[in-house]
Design a protein around this ligand. Sequence first.
Ligand code: IMP
Ligand code: MG
Length: 175
Amino acid sequence: MEQKKENILISKEQIDTRVAELGKLISEDYKNKNLYVLSLLRGSFIFTADLVRNITVPTKIGFMTTSSYGHGEISTGVVKIVNDIPDDIKGLDVLIVDDIVDTGITMDFVVNHVKELGAASVNCCVLLDKPERRKVDIKPNYCCFEIPDVFVVGYGLNYGDYYRNVPYVFNWEEN
Ligand code: IMP
Ligand code: MG
């Protein structure tokens, strides 16, 4: 379970700087709005925890868990709600936070779900974006880093449910 440090793609320092920038931007954009941060579990728990501490406007924070069948290399594109949003989000300005937009299927599903629940507005914010892998037409409103089509772990992202606790993002490979 050891990872090679030389495979670091995004360092802890780079993440801290960028998350602070995004938190500031979001705080400006959501002045006089009713912000509700919707964090998608489990991948975004660390990013969300750091991001919300850089947001200076009042915000509620809720969590939702989704799963996609055939997760791994082949995704069937069917998203299932494992744990739904615990609050009434009608009229709120929802900011969906996830670790990464890959095919975009998860984010697209959650955006539509939030709209159906009557949110006043819906935007999405991700740590990472892999635009090359996109299968549905979705672009995150806020994104920390665009990355090429490589499998990454750390800072919430997992491989076989490990490595979420690693404080930086690295390119996963077997040692
Ligand atoms: P999408 O629905 O294909 O956009 O998938 C998004 C989900 O796939 C993310 O929330 C991650 O859980 C997972 N995922 C996609 N790419 C990676 C990666 O490089 N490392 C770890 N998880 C990933
Ligand atoms: Mg995920």
